[in-house]
Write a protein that binds this ligand. Structure first.
Ligand code: FE2
Length: 212
């Protein structure tokens, strides 16, 4: 069964002025779609065919891994954005304060990490196995999923994410990224959306993403 290009959770115009319709037309409609199409060509008739996308990421290698991981990364990234400007609150805010001191310091760490990615890659907020939160980066199509880390928030810093709107100015793209962060989704990933939720074990966490 082929993987599908998921519908965006908002319209192509919804993220303006921070991210233009043209960027979404290319980033989602061309780049993300190409990863999905290429992944489907590569998995057809293999043992990966029929698995969830997250399970494919765990088992694939080489070119197939690059494409299924980028399909997963992008599906996750679009959910990290929303046109409804938000701020972290509740349990998520407290978790960020415990890990980084305060939300602003977290933002600075994340922005610096995203700025420092040399070439193409991603910046992440992840939860480690011991429940600690950490800012991480990955190169090219790599994803924290393969290290058993739970992604909570992602920022795509490939040039295709910002070149149409901000040309070579990654810093400006990152400024605007913060206006789009879907903190409710981050909180949901942390497991704090429900007040009684506890951090699930690694297998359950990955399964939860697989279900999305
Ligand atoms: Fe991308």
């Amino acid at each position: 069964m082929p993987i599908t290009l998921p519908k965006l959770p908002y319209s192509l115009d919804a993220l303006t002025p921070h991210m233009s319709r043209e960027t979404l037309e290319f980033h989602y409609g061309k780049h993300h779609k190409k990863y999905v199409d290429t992944a489907n060509q590569l998995i057809a008739g293999t043992e990966l065919d029929g698995l969830t996308l997250a399970d494919m990421v765990q088992r694939a290698t080489g070119k197939t891994l690059n494409n299924v991981a980028q399909a997963w990364n992008h599906e996750f990234f679009w959910k990290c954005l929303t046109p409804r400007e938000q701020q972290p609150d509740g349990e998520l805010e407290r978790a960020l304060e415990r890990a980084f001191g305060d939300v602003e310091t977290f933002r600075q760490h994340f922005t610096q990490a995203a700025t420092d990615v040399f070439g193409s890659g991603w910046a992440w907020l992840v939860m480690n196995d011991d429940g600690s939160l950490e800012v991480a980066t990955t190169r090219n199509g790599d994803t924290p999923l393969t290290d058993g880390r739970l992604p909570l928030l992602a920022c795509d810093v490939w040039e295709h994410a910002y070149y149409i709107d901000y040309r070579n100015d990654r810093a400006k793209y990152l400024e605007h990224f913060w206006a789009l962060v879907n903190w409710e989704f981050v909180a949901e990933n942390l497991g704090t959306a429900a007040p009684t939720a506890k951090a699930p074990d690694k297998g359950q966490r990955q399964g939860r993403h697989a279900a999305r």
